[in-house]
Write a protein that binds this ligand. Structure first.
Ligand code: GLC
Length: 573
């Protein structure tokens, strides 16, 4: 049997066995949306987005069909990594507002039915965090809050020290920085301003549970766990740190790619700590009631490791370990590349755990329009909503925002700035993002055309296609495939990708042409029942010459270059 048939069989079998499990929990097929708070909506005219801005615009998420939004960090921070360097895990940074503003956001979110998920950054704090300052001073209880080590005497420079291992940090340069006061090196997987917390210390683990509880008590619906693979590092039995082998990929010893990260990534203890956090959330729900609080895990790791982060059969970890596979595709990728990319998730995660999620973009990666080309934004939005499971949309992808050329300023000089520019609400001043004409990153040149206001009014705009897709995703017939029907996906040729979803009442076919040529496909069905050959256009993208409701015969169907369509057929019982 060929591999793709085998996968389809496994999937069908799995689907049959799910059918008796009852309704899905809210997160399983949720539509998640990432807000980068600095860039979504500025309410006080300082050119930087804030919590009140999010509260003010929350209805927009409802309008576009979002279930839950995860916010990049809003906590007290010197902003060396824009909030991923936390100096107080229990406070809101004044740039974003106050705890009262946060409570007001939660209150409104609950009222209108949007779930709020916070970013939990457990791997490190800021070097300006009180814990680190106390650790430098070896204050009682904080001596081992971080990873400290003596290093070695440098034979070439008497009086100088060499770091404990050859490890290179993710942002480049040594993973160990010397602290004069403490006379030791400290470990940092990211910037030197982001010292790693020491998870071998039970006090650190306790403190982080307190952090989770603090925000759960304020009503959050879950957490996105930052930088999961980097939580633990290998320590030898004698307390030394083993060097990592050279990768051969680059000759630059300061580059993260210089080494193969067998001792600083995806260590087995990391899996355990994720299970610990999940158990904590489950227990919280038991004690406090309410709906499931979820964990999303950021792990750029191989699928067998992602599998572990999800669970091992007896223990559960993250409900949604992000699936970044699709972000690996580029403009030149075709339907077959897409199929391969989807398979690599489905073969493990769906086949074993019946779970899937599809991430298109985040604040660390180039935008879809820039990666795939503007004309493919709708296509990938169609694909991720056609597939089963949760979708994760980075703010701006629903309107087709592009990367923006940015220059270093006093505020920011990060190579990820281009995908972090202000959200484009309208064609007005500063794209409706801020009342100030000075925004922390520049507004995109295309904002007059690419913005919420204009796209609301254009029939087949990226925004309206997105909204139509979300509506479809929530419709009972479309969802019902899991309970009483089936589904499949495949590349029908190099350029055309098809997803079928059917219940006992309706069948949907989603067809996407990734190519720049007109494609004729068919027959797409070999049933003798001619009723089954005719479908109607149900949802169309801007490249489509058809009209909603128009009939189409599956024996011969053509797709314009970069056209994506959803077809529907009612099933007569
Ligand atoms: C994660 C974040 C990234 C941040 C890093 C360090 O990868 O997504 O933005 O720089 O962690 O916290």
């Amino acid at each position: 049997m060929d591999r793709s048939r085998l996968i389809k069989l496994i999937i069908t079998f799995t689907l049959l066995s799910v059918s008796s499990c009852g309704a899905a929990d809210w997160w399983e097929d949720s539509s998640l949306y990432q807000i980068y708070p600095r860039s979504w909506k500025d309410s006080n005219g300082d050119g930087i987005g804030d919590l009140n801005g999010i509260t003010e615009k929350l209805e927009y998420l409802k309008e576009i069909g979002i279930t839950a939004t995860w916010l990049s960090p809003i906590f007290k921070s010197p902003m060396s990594d824009f909030g991923y360097d936390i100096s107080n895990f229990y406070e809101v940074d004044p740039i974003f507002g106050t705890l009262d503003d946060f409570d007001a956001l939660i209150k409104k979110a609950k009222k209108i039915g949007i779930k709020i998920i916070l970013d939990f950054v457990p791997n490190h704090s800021s070097d300006e965090c009180e814990w680190f300052q106390k650790s430098i001073e070896r204050k009682d209880g904080y001596e081992n809050f971080y990873v400290w080590e003596n290093g070695f005497d440098d034979p070439k420079n008497p009086g100088k020290k060499l770091p404990p291992s050859n490890w290179v940090s993710i942002f480049g340069g040594k993973m160990w920085t010397w602290n004069e006061k403490r006379q030791q090196f400290y470990l940092h997987q990211f910037q030197a301003k982001q010292p790693d917390l020491n998870y071998k210390n039970p006090k650190v683990r306790e403190e982080m549970l307190k952090v989770l509880k603090f925000w759960l008590d304020r009503g959050v619906d879950g957490f996105r766990i930052d930088a999961v693979p980097h939580i633990f590092e290998k320590v030898n039995d004698d307390g030394t740190y083993p060097d990592e082998p050279l990768s051969g990929a680059t000759s630059d010893p300061d580059s993260y790619d210089y080494l193969t990260h067998i001792y600083t990534k995806d260590q087995y203890e990391t899996v355990e700590v994720i299970y610990e956090w999940r158990a904590f959330l489950n227990q919280y729900q038991k004690e406090h009631g309410g709906e499931t609080r979820i964990l999303l895990a950021e792990a750029y790791s191989p699928i067998d490791v992602i599998d572990q982060y999800f669970g091992n059969g007896t223990h559960f970890g993250a409900h949604i370990p992000f699936n970044f596979n699709l972000m690996g595709l580029r403009g030149s990728s075709n339907a077959r590349d897409l199929e391969r990319s989807i398979n690599s998730w489905m073969e493990v995660m769906w086949a074993k755990h019946k779970t899937a999620n599809w991430v298109l973009g985040n604040h660390d990666n180039s935008r879809i329009a820039t990666n795939f080309g503007n004309h493919k934004v709708d296509l990938v939005n169609v694909i991720i909503t056609a597939l089963p499971g949760a979708t994760v949309t980075y703010y701006g992808e629903e309107i087709g925002m592009s990367n923006v050329k940015t220059e270093c300023t006093e505020i920011s000089c990060d190579d990820r700035d281009p995908e972090r520019t202000p959200f484009q609400w309208s064609d007005g001043k500063s794209a409706g993002f801020s009342s100030s004409s000075k925004t922390w990153l520049p507004i995109a040149d295309d904002y007059k055309k690419v913005n919420v206001k204009v796209e609301r009014g254009a029939d087949r705009s990226t925004l309206n296609v997105f909204k139509g897709l979300q509506k479809l995703k929530r419709s009972s017939a479309y969802k019902a495939f899991k309970e009483d029907g089936g589904w499949s996906y495949s590349a029908i040729n190099d350029e055309v990708f098809q997803v079928i979803r059917s219940s006992s009442k309706e069948e949907y076919r989603i067809l996407v042409n990734f190519g720049e040529k007109l494609e004729e496909v068919g027959p797409l069905i070999n049933s003798v029942n001619s009723d089954e050959h005719v479908m109607e256009y149900f949802l169309l993208t801007s490249n489509s010459p058809h009209r909603i409701g128009e009939k189409v015969n599956l024996n011969n169907i053509y797709l314009m270059p970069f056209e994506a369509v959803v077809l529907r057929r009612k099933i007569r019982n």
